[in-house]
Design a protein around this ligand. Structure first.
Ligand SMILES: Nc1ncnc2c1ncn2[C@@H]1O[C@H](COP(=O)(O)OP(=O)(O)OP(=O)(O)O)[C@@H](O)[C@H]1O
Ligand SMILES: [Mg+2]
Length: 288
């Protein structure tokens, strides 16, 4: 399975004096088992692009092919798209509305027409996938949970529909450091246990570098780069020009250089930095 986005254009309020071109010729593709990180300054079109991937917004022109269906084709039913693509909005906890956690997570599967037995199994599995215990939490009101727990219940509601493509719009924003780590670990777990595609937006460059197979960089509605994290975060000048920073790890070597310690490395991911530092400090002795 793959997601192929081909030359997408999108204008808000088309034909009106306040028309706004939000996407310009956006193209990229991503394949099974891959995690795509999307970065870009505020207003660069990230959320607009994500809402095209689950059919919530339709492009002015261009095509989006998910697996074997063209979701931009007018004949394609919304339910066909929803079965494949799950979108978790930014601050999804505001969309919790049922009286119990179990009912909230069951909402999507119910709409897909699953049987009661299937629904209970799915709800249990989805809550466990996001690191929550069904027995402890299923009967509670979603409104009495912590911020991090609420967010995970909302994410479980999307996972419960078993999407092949899981899209998360700024899944860690506004969370404290502990809840932030929990959500990242949850994404890693979902990725390990499924063969699908995960797409997430983040303003945290360290998370994007450490989690993604590919990074899509957007600026004012256009794609300015699409590559591996190593290649993207090397391009500091390009990132600076569009108001973004590189990763703290990449800056680390500059700071050491300022102190007279010169380590030849382009490492941007934390495990590569560890490797480079270890190599420097032990004169290249292998750790194994
Ligand atoms: N419903 C809307 N009507 C009109 N213009 C909109 C609408 N939604 C977004 N826009 C405009 O489209 C552009 C892209 O917005 P979008 O929300 O996709 O950006 P973003 O990259 O997700 O930003 P952020 O990082 O702040 O979430 C912005 O200029 C925004 O003002
Ligand atoms: Mg956004």
């Amino acid at each position: 399975m793959s997601v192929q986005v081909k030359n997408i254009f999108h204008t808000y309020n088309k034909g009106n004096p306040d028309a706004k071109i939000a996407l310009k010729d956006v193209s990229f593709s991503i394949h099974d088992g891959e995690i795509l990180g999307v970065i870009g300054h505020t207003g660069s079109g990230k959320s607009t692009m994500l809402q095209h991937l689950n059919g919530l917004l339709k492009p002015d022109s261009g095509q989006i092919i998910i697996g074997d269906i063209d979701i931009t084709d007018e004949k394609v039913k919304m339910t066909e798209i929803r079965k494949r693509v799950g979108l978790v909005f930014q601050y999804p906890e505001y969309q919790l509305f049922e009286e119990t956690v179990a009912k909230d997570v069951a909402f999507g599967p119910k709409n897909l027409g699953m049987s009661d037995e299937e629904i209970e199994k799915t709800v249990r599995k989805s809550l466990e996938m996001v690191g929550l215990s069904y027995d402890e939490i299923a009967g509670r009101s979603p409104f009495e949970l912590s911020g991090g727990q609420k967010r995970r219940v909302a994410i479980a509601g999307v996972i419960a529909m078993n999407p092949e493509v899981l899209i998360l719009d700024e899944p860690t924003s506004g969370l404290d450091p502990h809840a932030h780590m929990e959500v990242l670990n949850m994404i890693r777990k979902i990725h390990k246990e499924s063969t699908g595609i995960i797409i997430f937006v983040s303003h945290n460059m360290r998370d994007v570098a450490n989690m993604s197979d590919k990074v899509l960089v957007m600026d004012r509605g256009s794609v300015v780069a699409f590559d591996t994290p190593d290649e993207i975060f090397k391009k500091r000048e390009m990132l600076r020009n569009i108001g973004l920073s590189t990763t703290p790890s990449a800056v680390l070597f500059d700071k050491l250089d300022d102190r007279g310690i010169h380590i030849e490395s382009d490492a941007v991911r934390i495990d590569d930095v560890e490797e480079a530092l270890f190599g420097y400090l032990t004169g290249g002795v292998s750790r194994d």
